[in-house]
Design a protein around this ligand. Structure first.
Ligand code: UFG
Length: 340
């Protein structure tokens, strides 16, 4: 555990991405020392302070080693991964290379540098589709898509390394990461956006004519898919709690969601309310690999680590995301041009 005279230094692999950069800002705000290691293939340089970024690839084992040694890293948060379900169905080889071999590179560098704490970004996609809702950590892990299988493989690898090399590990299974920095300065910005809330709000700021709703005849209360949207600030709080708890021998998995299931139409309605007008969309066929319902029970992390999510309502998530999209309609490209 942290003591007042010792500030833990954490390396955030993938720390310039959407969730990673939110965690970096959170850690710095809450008395930790932290740096990001990111290739910027999916991450954004403008999402992290320039003096906190090491530019490097997950495949670069030497640079990972060197970074951990030079910066006297004591703990790792591993966010770097490919995370699109449809893409993972089309290109499993890329997903196994990045998500499985990439995790091995991080673990090998940790062992070489005697770094003994890791918090890993896992996912609801590691659970099977047949489970009852809400999902607990005891629900059956039986991933139905390559993305989920690569994340489950990485979970097992981390647990095996932890046992063999005396690491402490926290496996955090995110549900739908969403929302933006409450000041509206940082948020979701990907080259090829596939996530619902940014697509809806990009439509609102005029970057798109309309968005698509994947499937209108699911067996749910309004025919659209149900998901558990969890704010990045709340994910960040959970990462801090998990890294502080991850002493050697600690090996726990935690679900991270609010426990509230929200349909696609309810997300759209919350977005329309914060935007103040109706938005154009079209209901089309369902997307391959989508389950009808994913809702978390996060009682375990609330009980064991005293996690207290602050953004339980979809409206709060939509409000923060809307602030970001309004401030920076073209995302970090606008942020860069406003600061130069
Ligand atoms: N959706 C649409 N239209 C879009 C995009 C999404 O209707 O243009 C729907 C999806 O079908 C889904 C919901 O909105 O029902 C949310 O979709 P996202 O793409 O935002 O997120 P996912 O639920 O697909 O993804 C999440 C995590 C993944 C995880 C996956 C498990 O982000 O890491 O759940 O299925 F793998």
């Amino acid at each position: 555990m942290e003591t007042p005279d010792h500030v833990m230094k954490t390396l955030l692999v993938g720390g310039a991405g959407y969730v990673g950069s939110a965690c970096l800002r959170w850690l710095l705000k809450h008395g930790h020392d932290a740096i990001a290691y990111d290739s910027l293939l999916a991450g954004n340089a403008a999402a992290v302070p320039a003096d906190r970024l090491v530019l490097g690839d997950l495949a670069d084992r030497d640079l990972l080693n060197q970074t951990m040694a030079e910066h006297r890293v004591e703990a790792v948060m591993h966010f770097a991964a490919l995370a699109s379900v449809p893409e993972s169905i089309q290109q499993p080889e890329t997903y196994y290379r990045t998500n499985v071999l990439g995790t091995k590179n991080v673990l090998d560098a940790m062992v070489q540098n005697q770094v003994d704490r890791i918090v890993f970004s896992s996912t609801a996609a590691t659970y099977g589709f047949e489970n009852e809702m809400p999902l607990t950590e005891q629900s059956r892990q039986d991933p139905q898509v390559p993305y989920g299988r690569t994340k489950l493989a990485a979970e097992h690898m981390i647990l095996d390394y932890a046992r063999a090399h005396g690491l402490g590990c926290g496996l955090l299974r995110y549900f739908n990461a969403s929302g933006a920095d409450p000041d509206g300065e940082f948020g979701e910005d990907r080259q090829h956006e596939t996530h619902l809330i940014p697509l809806v709000l990009q439509t609102a700021v005029g970057g798109r004519e309309k968005f698509l709703v994947f499937g209108g005849d699911w067996e749910t209360r309004d025919g659209t898919c149900v998901r558990d949207y969890v704010h990045t600030e709340d994910l960040a709080q959970a990462h801090q709690l998990a890294i502080e708890a991850a002493e050697p021998g600690f090996a726990r998995a935690y679900n991270l969601g609010t426990g509230n299931g929200t349909t696609v139409f309810e997300v759209i309605q919350a977005c329309e309310e914060v935007v103040g007008r109706k938005l154009a969309y079209e209901v089309v066929d369902s997307r391959p690999g989508d389950p009808a319902v994913l809702v978390a029970s996060s009682e375990k992390i609330k009980k064991e680590l005293a996690w207290k999510p602050q953004f339980a309502e979809i409206r709060q998530i939509a409000e923060t995301a809307w602030k970001w999209h309004q401030n920076y309609p073209r995302g970090y490209a606008d942020k860069l041009s406003s600061t130069t």
